[in-house]
Design a protein around this ligand. Sequence first.
Ligand SMILES: *[C@@H]1O[C@H](CO)[C@@H](O)[C@H](O)[C@H]1NC(C)=O
Ligand SMILES: *[C@@H]1O[C@H](CO)[C@@H](O)[C@H](O)[C@H]1NC(C)=O
Ligand SMILES: *[C@@H]1O[C@H](CO)[C@@H](O)[C@H](O)[C@H]1NC(C)=O
Ligand SMILES: *[C@@H]1O[C@H](CO)[C@@H](O)[C@H](O)[C@H]1NC(C)=O
Length: 282
Amino acid sequence: MFVSSVLWLLLLSCSFSFGVESDINCLKSIKASLEDTLGYLNSSWDFNNNTEGFICNFLGIECWHPHESKVLNIKLSELGLKGQFPRGVENCTSLTGLDLSGNMLSGPLPHDIDKILTWVTSLDLSSNSFSGLIPATLSNCSYMNVLKLDNNQFSGNIPAEVNQLTRLKTFSVANNLLSGQVPPFGENIASIRRDSYANNPGLCGYPLKPCPSISQKKSLNVVRVFKSNGVTMVTAAGFDELQQPRVCLIWSCTRTQLNKTPAGLSLQIIHTKLDELALFLV
Ligand SMILES: *[C@@H]1O[C@H](CO)[C@@H](O)[C@H](O)[C@H]1NC(C)=O
Ligand SMILES: *[C@@H]1O[C@H](CO)[C@@H](O)[C@H](O)[C@H]1NC(C)=O
Ligand SMILES: *[C@@H]1O[C@H](CO)[C@@H](O)[C@H](O)[C@H]1NC(C)=O
Ligand SMILES: *[C@@H]1O[C@H](CO)[C@@H](O)[C@H](O)[C@H]1NC(C)=O
């Protein structure tokens, strides 16, 4: 009985101190990886004090219990922080909320972000300069209620799998460089409206305007036709089948060779006048 109690206590204290050590390392790594342009972390995050729970008094840190160094939330909005997404967050293993909004963070999000933010219910990365694709693995963060990625430079499609986040209440990707079909949340999540998607160059699908049908999707609009010495030059712009904008396709062809072009496109004359051509991908 006594032996087993001692063993149990030993086990408890092992896992306890492991968690705490890991969370302290998490914050050390975050501090080391970010450029603290206004000196907020420098003055508040002092790792020389070893009182139990000392990190719970750090600026922007909330712990599960005030005297236990186990981080519940990290709230570092508008602190002039620069750098990439702080990967060290992965060692705050009980984290439920991460707010890095309104800083100068840049670069892509880690592709395995689901391993870093496993239990997170709220992620706010808005108003930074993050870029690249929104990782599809975010859809594995199944506790997510709030996901704010607005006002960044994310590009490409929004992964359709994001609609597997069944607890999502708030979702915003406004003011990015996104295109293509929005995730098929349907009408189930009333709070996800047009505003969530505002100011992106090419998003479509409910609650936005429907995505173009197949034939429309493939069409490109001729914007200019030039003719000199019997050679016709065509420039075109439009959207391809992934709704990515394609601009300035330029090639030349004589009138008798109009059906095949170097770009693998065919030209179809729908009007006899050369300035009213329509292009179709084949
Ligand atoms: C960090 O803070 C210390 C004193 O608190 C100061 O001497 C030092 O210059 C600061 N470093 C930076 C990079 O702001
Ligand atoms: C160390 O941290 C504890 C708890 O946050 C605080 O009460 C104490 O004043 C700190 N000691 C020093 C020397 O900063
Ligand atoms: C997280 O902790 C592990 C174990 O201490 C360490 O090897 C790893 O480098 C840490 N991760 C980061 C990003 O600092
Ligand atoms: C979710 O995680 C599993 C296991 O790691 C992985 O196989 C799957 O591809 C992930 N889902 C997405 C959409 O990335």
